[in-house]
Every structure is written in structure tokens, then in C-alpha cells.
Design a protein around this ligand. Sequence first.
Ligand code: AMP
Length: 119
Amino acid sequence: MAYDRDNIFARILRGEIPCDKVYEDEFVLAFNDINPQAPTHVLVIPKGEYVSMDDFSEKASAEEIAALMRATGQIARDIGVAQAGYRLLANTGENGGQEVPHLHFHLFAGRSLGPMLAQ
Ligand code: AMP
């Protein structure tokens, strides 16, 4: 899938739409989800134009990949959920139910999150 520069996260990255920022560095932005599905629901995104994990892993630099991984763990520590636990989820493509075509990890926390998939 080609990257759509008008997707909502691209617009947030360009500053055209506000976000409730949790973390930012050279390669990564994280912000609270507008429609939280758990007491803590943060979205962690690379700043580069990547649709999915398969796209990111193929095209991103080692620096970008390391930055996203390091930032995700750091955010979990910084917001205080590392001890009690959390869930990372990347919906991908049609079968994965991805709505926004810019790679993002959902970080859910703040309560017991139940089974991994709806039964
Ligand atoms: P997904 O279905 O994995 O693509 O998730 C997209 C997520 O983006 C959903 O959880 C939405 O609630 C969230 N979302 C959409 N627009 C915004 C926005 N402007 N700010 C924060 N989160 C958003």
C-alpha cells in the first residue's frame, strides 16, 4: 500500500491537527488516543512515512527502528505502567483492522486487559 500523506497521523506530525503529546524525539511521536479503549491508551508512531510494520522493517534505517523500539519501552517506564503491565498492538491492513494507514503501536494499560483476542 502506498503511503497516504493526508492520513490523520501525517497531519498530526505536520502540526496541522493537535495531539495530546506523551513523548517526542527525533524519530518518534507518542500521544494519547482520542477514543481510549483502556485507562491508558497511547499511540506510538515513527515520524517517517511508513504504513505498517512490514513496510517499516523493509525501508526504515537502523536508527529509526532502534528509536521506535527504545521509545516504546521508555514510554512504558515513564508513564508508570511497566511494573503492572501493558499491551502493545499494531493493527495491520484489512484483516488486522487498521484504520489509520501510518504505522502505530497502541499501548494499553491501567487495568487487566483480558484475553488477547475477542473470543
Ligand atoms: P487503528 O484502528 O489501529 O488504525 O487505530 C487508529 C487509532 O487512532 C484509533 O484508536 C483512533 O481512536 C485513533 N485516532 C484517530 N484519530 C486520532 C486523533 N486525531 N488523535 C488521537 N488518536 C486518534
